[in-house]
Design a protein around this ligand. Sequence first.
Ligand code: SF4
Length: 378
Amino acid sequence: MTTANKPQSLYLHVPFCAGICSYCAFMHVRYQQELVQPWLQAIARELQAENVNRQLRTLYLGGGTPSALSLAELQQLLELLQPYTGSLQEYTVEINPGTLDAEKARLLASYGVNRASVGYQCDDDAMLASLGRHHTLQQTRECLDCLRQAGITNISLDLLYGLPGQTLARLEHSLQTAFSLAPQHLSLYSLEIYPDTVLGRRGVKPCDPDLEADMYERICRELPAHGYERYEVASFARPGFASQHNLTYWHYEDFYGIGCGASGKIGSLRYDHSRSLPDYINGTEQLHLIRLSPEEERFEAVMMGLRLCSGIDRQVFRQRYGSDVEELYPQAIARLKQEGLLVDTPQVLKTSRRGMELLNSVLEEILEESGTAAEEGL
Ligand code: SF4
């Protein structure tokens, strides 16, 4: 692979967390100092074995909780990644309040980190505690102060809604607090309760779907009124602050997935690392490889593109896949247009406002016509 056709984005998964949240289904382990050095060595091995592009455009350290690493460990990780950062436009680190101090923030900035994605979730300390989050609103404020003082001013907040016991009024309060924190970007997550989590085992019931829909609608109304434009079904940004890294996924471009629990995509090959940290550290893990058929690739490109408010660029799609998107799913697209869920122009095919709210149904209809295996996790 030449540099020109290597992936330009890299996601690195840091599996360690200071504590385990009661709803979490991500790959994570509780921070244990003795595991960090072997994990760093395995990361170094993988970066080298992958012969990663040194001209990356975006790099995203996610998790887990990258900021759960100690100052010295964080520096070691940033050092390992330094050879790949020369051309970066966006360098994001996920941070949980309570695990970042001024020194760590300065360290991140000194290595070129220019964006932080902070786990704010909500402004209610009791609710945060019931979710097993290990921070308070005050710690979120201090975290943002540290970042800004270090010069990292491009800040995204994660906002979780549909929480047990959350009312529309409580959500409204969390939104107003989020505005007062003045982030550039907000990512929305509705709480899902998976069986193999603390909440799942406790039998906590998911939010009533109608209330959840009302919450989503409220958020979608409030954010634009405060200067945040929706650019993806669950992402809002001030003009110029859309996440360049996440756009890689939604534009269905290639990206490296480095580390235990990470996934990547190179051409028609998708790969998932195992979720076993010992296997990753010992070099005995089996990557889960999925070679997509052309039909599956095209469907995934459509599925990602329709998440974006800008939709699917017809010309780009035609260049990549040799046909217009409508030629592939003529009946589903005609029906969805008739129902007002999809709209098109000579340049793009996109979801209407209502289509965005009913995105899963839109995609299911297209999936049915695509005839691809229903492995897409809609
Ligand atoms: S900090 Fe994130 S990855 Fe870690 S347990 Fe909580 S939700 Fe999961």
